[in-house]
Structures are given as C-alpha cells and as structure tokens.
Design a protein around this ligand. Structure first.
Ligand SMILES: NC(=O)c1ccc[n+]([C@@H]2O[C@H](COP(=O)([O-])OP(=O)(O)OC[C@H]3O[C@@H](n4cnc5c(N)ncnc54)[C@H](OP(=O)(O)O)[C@@H]3O)[C@@H](O)[C@H]2O)c1
Length: 308
C-alpha cells in the first residue's frame, strides 16, 4: 500500500487526516517529537524526530510515496514574543529543510509533497476591496509577521521541485472541527448562553470544514494536475458575528445573548495576536474549484449542522 509520511500529524488536522488516509487504503507514518503518549492500538505508525538535533529516520523518508508537511508551533498558542515568532517560523521552515535534505541525500520514491500554508499569507481584505470574491493565489503577501512567515514557509518547501517532485501548498483558512481549534473556543462561552461578538463582528472569516480539508489533501496527493498554491477555504466565508449566531442557534435553540467584546480588550488580552481575530480575510475558492474539487460543506450552516 502507498505510504504517506505526515510531519506534525498528531495535531488537529493530522490526526483526522491520518484516519481519513487509512480508510482510503494508505499506510500512514507520523513524524512526531513525542516519544510516548501515543495511541498503542492504532493502524498508524509513529517515527520520532527532532528538528533542532537534526534527528530524522531516513528509512521512513525513503519509504514514503507522499509527504504531508503539517508540523509547526501553534500560531495562537503563545504571546508573540520575538522568541516565539522565531519558533513559529523555524518549526515550519527548518523541519521542511530537514526532510528535503534527507530526500536529497538518499534514494527515495516520493511522488508528491503537500505542505500546509495559511491564509495569513494575504493579510487583511483592505488591499483588495474592489475584488469581491477575495484573495487569489497570485496575490502578494504583506510585509507583516504572518505574511512573511507564510512566504518563507512556502519558500522552504520549494526545493523539492528541483528533485522532480510535485509540490502542492494549501493556504488554509480557519479549520472547523469537533475536536478542537477555533470552534472549540467559540463554543465555550456559548455553553453559558453568551455569544461573543469580537470588535464590530463584521470581520470576514474564511473557514473550512475539516473533512473538506482532508479531502483536499487527498486531492492534492492523487490528482497529478495540481501544482503550486491553492486556497483551502469554503466558498461561503462569513462575518464573525454571523458565524457565532449560526453556532449559537444550533447549540442553544435561541436562548443566548450576544455580548460585544471590544477590540481594545482583545488587544489587551491577546496582544498582537488579536489581529488574527479582528481582521477580515476573504479568500477565493476559484482555483481549487477549477480542478474539479467540490465542497461537502460549502455553507457555514451545513458545516455547523454536521459538527455540532
Ligand atoms: N487549524 C487551523 O485552523 C489551521 C489554519 C491554517 C493553517 N494551519 C496549519 O496547518 C498545520 C497543522 O495545523 P493543526 O491545526 O493540525 O496544528 P496543531 O494541532 O497545532 O498540530 C501541529 C503539530 O505540529 C507539531 N509541532 C508543534 N510544534 C512543533 C515544533 N516546534 N517543531 C516540530 N513540530 C512541532 C506537533 O506534533 P508533535 O507534538 O507530535 O511533534 C503538533 O501536533 C500547521 O502548520 C498550521 O499552521 C492550521
């Protein structure tokens, strides 16, 4: 069976994707920094790596038919100090370099390398007000922390193409999942009947249902006509207020109170990370649709109804 090697595959996206791939008949090996706390009775294999110490088992890289690069320190997990910003960047770029160096130095059978990227690549909507369907893949990143991080992240995986390997990068929107991520955070106050509206609530969120994202990773692996960057976000981006109200209606059967959380409080609590919650980011799904990809959950209602 074809082997898929997933870096950072123990996280939100990777754990769902690994099961998805097993169901489709792939063998899955996950590169992880964890030596224990891994599920024992699993069809998934795990391989220890350590990017700082340059530890990576070359045999798992040589065995891989596909590599999916998801590893990276959580962007919202910690205050954006200079040290943590360096960690956000290097956990993605240095890890990619370690894998690619291993491919360069060893015989391998790799067909395709698929890397996560993020819609943080584009910055805020202000730049493209005249274009209604949002950022497209040829748009340039802004000179801000996330724009530059995504640019360098994508550049770090580019050298695989010089080895004759097909490369696909998925610029991912906010992933909606039952098991964590943004939806879990939105659900917490709703359990007490509070629907938080951040800032003016008008900021656009480009989101994707985790199962559509897993299907897009499979499409990137299996469809040899996919090359380069694709936005991975559903066709129905919504305002933050709309998202929270759809979720609240689904969870509380209308017994909830919208509570405005002013921007300055978010800035005080989250520091520079508040940008991620307050900015509008609309991305276009046009390019991925031209490949024939269809979304199972195109609207926020369809996604929330399935997830909650
Ligand atoms: N979730 C989203 O909404 C979203 C949106 C856009 C883009 N993305 C991107 O998609 C990728 C996967 O996202 P996710 O939500 O699944 O993230 P996640 O849950 O945080 O998982 C990422 C995995 O990366 C590994 N990792 C963390 N810090 C690391 C470090 N310093 N060095 C090497 N590996 C490290 C961890 O695996 P081990 O502990 O097992 O080593 C972790 O399980 C990330 O690169 C993320 O930026 C996610």
């Amino acid at each position: 069976m074809p082997v898929v090697l997933i870096s950072g595959g123990t996280g939100l996206i990777g754990s769902r994707l690994a099961n998805h791939l097993i169901e489709r008949g792939y063998d899955v090996i996950i590169l992880t920094r964890r030596k224990n706390q891994l599920p024992e009775k699993s069809k998934i294999s795990y391989s220890y790596w350590n990017v700082e110490k340059q530890i990576l088992d070359k045999d798992v890289v040589r065995a891989a038919d596909y590599i999916i690069h998801l590893a990276g320190a959580g962007v919202m997990d910690h205050k954006w100090t200079n040290d943590y910003k360096k960690k956000i960047l290097e956990s993605r770029t240095k890890s990619a370099e370690l894998i690619i160096d291993c491919l360069k130095e060893n015989e391998h059978q790799l067909k395709t390398f698929v890397s996560a990227s993020a819609i943080g690549y584009y910055g805020a909507d202000g730049k493209i007000l005249e274009r209604k369907d949002g950022f497209i893949e040829s748009d340039l990143p802004p000179k801000d922390f996330l724009g530059e991080t995504c640019l360098l992240w994508e550049a770090s995986v580019e050298p695989v193409t010089s080895l004759g390997i097909r490369l696909v990068k998925l610029r991912t929107g906010i992933v909606l999942s039952k098991n964590g991520g943004a939806l879990k955070e939105f659900k917490k106050p709703l359990r007490f009947g509070i629907a938080p509206v951040f800032g003016n609530g008008k900021q656009i969120i480009s989101w994707i249902h985790i199962d559509d994202l897993c299907r897009m990773y499979c499409e990137a692996m299996e469809n040899k006509y996919l090359h380069g960057s694709y936005n991975a976000a559903a066709p129905g981006p919504v305002s933050q207020k709309e998202l929270i109200l759809v979720l609240a209606n689904r969870m509380r059967n209308k017994f909830f109170t919208p509570v405005h959380v002013p921007a300055f409080i978010l800035k005080f609590v989250l520091g520079k990370r508040s940008i991620e919650i307050l900015k509008s980011a609309t991305v276009s799904d046009r390019k991925i649709k031209t490949t024939g990809f269809t979304f199972l959950y195109p609207s926020i209602e369809s996604a929330i109804n399935e997830l909650v």
